[in-house]
Design a protein around this ligand. Structure first.
Ligand SMILES: [Fe+2]
Ligand SMILES: [Fe+2]
Length: 253
């Protein structure tokens, strides 16, 4: 391979080679390419099909990913799609130990699901939207709010601006204006403290010995997450397509 190729060009070349051998063509979503800093043209599926007439773009299951059950549950997404969930499990455990009500334990368990399964930027807003049809309104509100409240200290509950943010964003970082505006709206809201509790249990220094299993929360999920019987992605809810995007993230159309 050519040394002057960018990493993503190399990855594309590898995908192209794979499609020659395996008869499937991966065309990544524009969002993925932009995240790679790659503003160039997408993989040219037609050119690949010209060379390998048997090759097809992905319209069904992605052979590179674990197979999902036909009616996937939230737990299936944790098992087969989401990235490492230790942070969420530890947050939820922390919330249990502090005696938070079950719906807030669920909020802590789900607060970063967008980060581990979907999109990082504005993850609190995306995460809230993903779960909105299936949880209490308060849980959705709190997940959205944690996105904002994490940037603002609240001495009444001992929450300080995270040291890790100073390191990660720089000491001079200021949240975007829309975050500031949302903060002003949220701090007077009746559920302010619910959103705040997520930030309190959004622990950043993990105990490497604290092993928390998802199974510990099976009952909390069962009682507080309205699992659609058709499966997430297939219940005709306003967010079903978002869950399907995680099931088949490289679906061509
Ligand atoms: Fe978060
Ligand atoms: Fe978090």
């Amino acid at each position: 391979m050519n040394d002057t190729q960018t990493l993503s060009q190399r990855a594309d070349a590898l995908e192209e080679q794979m499609s020659q051998q395996l008869d499937y063509i991966v065309v990544k979503s524009r969002l993925y390419s932009m995240a790679e800093g790659d503003m160039g043209p997408a993989v040219n599926a037609n050119a690949i099909m010209a060379k390998n007439p048997k090759a097809r773009v992905l319209m069904g299951d992605d052979p590179r990913l674990p197979t999902m059950p036909e009616k996937p549950t939230l737990i299936d997404f944790f098992k087969y799609r989401f990235g490492p969930a230790a942070h969420l499990l530890q947050s939820a455990k922390h919330a249990v130990n502090a005696g938070l009500p079950e719906n807030m334990v669920l909020a802590c368990l789900l607060h970063d699901i967008s980060t581990i399964g979907f999109i990082r930027g504005d993850h609190g807003y995306w995460g809230a939207q993903l779960v909105e049809p299936y949880v209490d309104e308060e849980v959705t509100w709190a997940i959205r709010a944690h996105q904002v409240l994490r940037f603002y200290p609240d001495p009444s509950v001992g929450y300080e601006y995270p040291q890790s943010y100073i390191k990660a964003f720089g000491a001079d970082y200021r949240p975007d204006d829309y975050v500031e505006q949302d903060y002003k709206r949220m701090r007077d809201h009746k559920w302010y403290m619910s959103g705040r509790m997520i930030t309190v249990h959004d622990i950043y220094s993990f105990d490497p010995d604290a092993k928390v299993e998802l199974e510990e929360f099976t009952d909390v999920i069962g009682r507080n997450f309205r699992q659609p019987e058709q499966g997430l992605g297939f219940d005709n809810s306003p967010v079903a397509h978002m869950w399907r995007a995680m099931i088949r993230p490289a679906k061509y159309l």
